[in-house]
Design a protein around this ligand. Structure first.
Ligand code: HEM
Length: 147
């Protein structure tokens, strides 16, 4: 007689320590929920409020990033979405490749891309200066005092 195991029985003995796959699964749901708020807030403020999409230019971005509120909004959006997207891609790599060199290379490339993009993106958000001191006046936007 064939015995069918209960659906939730572990396929191998449970491992000790932190279950990273479980936390990754929880992260996808929590970040997905927060991303809905952050993405729709971003689209509403940039595309609908005031003059809408026609108002977007260099000065619009400079104005938003003059406020710590929008700097932190965009920073949170960047970190949550990038890590969410990369963890989702990791799932796809696990699903479509076998363990081995190709899989490892893809995951290392993914991790490297995440580190580079998070570093550059965070630096841009917090060090952005629309009126850098010492720039030639003709290169500065009209709202800068030195222009
Ligand atoms: C409205 C915002 C978003 C919500 C609510 C959301 C929700 C989710 C959820 C719940 C999953 C897990 C699905 C599963 O395990 O079966 C998922 C997977 C994924 N998400 Fe998002 N997500 C959002 C935005 C994004 C963004 C901005 C990106 C890209 C940067 C992204 C890329 C991915 C990828 C690549 C996967 C893996 C797909 C797969 O396993 O087949 N998502 N998303």
């Amino acid at each position: 007689m064939t015995t069918i195991e209960a659906p939730r029985s572990p396929s191998r003995p449970a491992r000790r320590g932190v279950n990273l796959e479980k936390w990754g699964w929880i992260y996808m749901r929590l970040s997905g929920f927060l991303l809905v708020v952050l993405i729709f807030g971003h689209l509403f403020v940039n595309l609908l409020v005031g003059e809408g999409v026609k108002a977007i230019d260099f000065g619009f971005v400079a104005g938003k990033w003059a406020s710590p509120f929008w700097q932190w909004w965009d920073c949170l959006l960047l970190w949550l979405a990038l890590i969410h997207g990369a963890n989702g891609m990791r799932t796809l790599v696990n699903d479509y490749t076998n363990p081995g060199k190709v899989q490892t290379t893809l995951k290392v490339a993914l991790g490297a891309a995440v580190i580079v993009l998070l570093t550059l993106g965070t630096l841009v958000i917090f060090t952005f200066d629309p009126c850098p001191a010492g720039s030639p006046a003709e290169l500065l936007p009209s709202f800068c005092p030195a222009a």
